[in-house]
Each structure stands twice: as C-alpha cells, then as structure tokens.
Design a protein around this ligand. Structure first.
Ligand code: PLP
Length: 229
C-alpha cells in the first residue's frame, strides 16, 4: 500500500471509498475524503491538490498556519487534532472545519473568537467511543450537554460528531465504536430536532468499516502520502 505516486494512491483510495459505498448501498458522493497531510511537505500537498484533492486535515496548529499561508486559498482545511484553548484564533482563521471539539470551554472560546474574526466555523464534537484513556473526546454520555452548548452559540455551526476507532481494534470492536457514534448522532438529532449530518470516522486502517457504519467524512493520511516518519 501507498508505494505509488500520490496521484495513484489518491485514485486507489477513491476507488476503495466507492467500493465501500456500493457495498453499503450508499452513493460515493455521500462520503467526503479529507486527506490528512500532517507531517507531509508542501510539495506532496501540492501534488494531491493537482490530482483534484481540495480538503486537507492537519493536527497541529503551527503546521496548519504554515501550510495554509503558502498554499492556494481554495484549499479547505480541517483541524483534526487536539486543540488547546490558546491556539483557537489561528485555527479559526485557517480551518473551515474543526473536528476535535470536546469541552464546553473550547466551544465558548471558538464562538467568541469566531465572532471577533467574523466567521462561523463548522465543528464536530469529538466523542471517545473506545473508552481508551489515550484518546481525546468527551464521554458518550456527555455529548448531549456539549451539543446544547454548541447550539447556543451564534458563531458556531455544529455539523455532527467525530471519533477515532480503537488502536489495535479488531473489526468487531472497531465497528462497535463507529456504530456507537452513529447511534448517538441519531438519538441526539431526534431529541434536539436538528440535522447532524456529518459523521467523521475512519482512517487508513479502518475507513471501509466506518463507511459501512455511516461515515460521511473519512480522514486518510498514510494510504495517500505513505508512512509518516
Ligand atoms: C493522523 C490522523 C488520521 C490519519 O491517519 P492514517 O492512519 O494515516 O490514515 C486521521 N485522524 C486523525 C485524528 C489523525 O490524527
């Protein structure tokens, strides 16, 4: 896997997404590919861009700032990594999407700063579905409270939920996490009477399982850019 050119890798990933969608009885358009470009150099991002990839994910604020500053403005940046409160302004300036929102403090801060910056970022609430201590994300039972805090904000558009599968996870365990996220989304969407269309789940090792469980955004790095150093 991922020994070819970035262009070839991207086509292969798109074909796998298409296949997983077909298997799940879904359309390929129902899944967005976020190319995770963390640690990858500018030339590699440019190569992916030239191959038609417009959405990229970063997990470090400084790297996001640096890349957003020197790559074309048409790129849609996604912040997918753990976010510190003192870095919110830089993220709000550069990222249209923030996948890793997991505390009320962060929500308040994003709302205030987005208001000051005159924008309205799309956010996803990150949920720790695997129960692993190493994972960011709120407890599943706290998600409703977090959602209510986000819905009370003027400068935040809450679009759904995000999770990471268990690291060593076997297929069943991994699917159970993704299913939990979907069911949580379904019940919150009904109880709050709002659409929460996005489910960001699935990486290189598990995105087909995530698509089978309803992922609308897959975050894929290694299969596109090769192994990270
Ligand atoms: C690094 C990362 C990914 C991509 O991982 P790959 O296994 O390289 O596809 C996805 N999501 C998050 C939050 C990440 O930090």
């Amino acid at each position: 896997m991922s020994t070819g050119s970035i262009e070839d890798n991207l086509s292969a990933v798109r074909a796998r997404i298409q296949h997983a969608c077909t298997e799940a009885g879904r359309t390929a358009e129902s899944v967005r590919l976020v190319a995770v470009s963390k640690t990858v150099d500018i030339d590699a991002v440019s190569a992916a861009l030239a191959a038609g990839q417009l959405e990229f994910g970063e997990n470090r604020v400084q790297e996001l700032e640096r890349k957003a500053g020197c790559l074309p403005e048409r790129i849609v940046w996604h912040m997918i990594g753990h976010l510190q409160a003192n870095k919110v302004r830089a993220v709000v300036r550069h990222a249209a999407w923030i996948h890793s929102v997991d505390t009320p403090v962060l929500i308040e801060r994003i709302d205030r700063i987005a208001g000051e910056e005159g924008c309205c970022p799309s956010i996803l609430l990150q949920v720790n579905t695997s129960g692993e201590d190493s994972k960011s994300g709120c407890l599943p039972e706290m998600t409703g409270q977090l959602l209510d805090a986000a819905l009370a904000c003027e400068h935040i558009s809450c679009q759904g939920l995000m999770t990471m599968g268990p690291l060593p996870g076997g297929n069943e365990e991994t699917r159970a996490c993704f299913r939990m996220l979907r069911e949580l989304r379904d019940s919150l969407s009904v109880s709050r009477g709002i659409p929460l269309p996005q489910l960001s789940m699935g990486m290189t090792g598990d995105f087909e399982l995530a698509i089978a469980e309803g992922a609308t955004m897959v975050r894929i790095g290694t299969a596109i850019f090769g192994p990270r150093k």
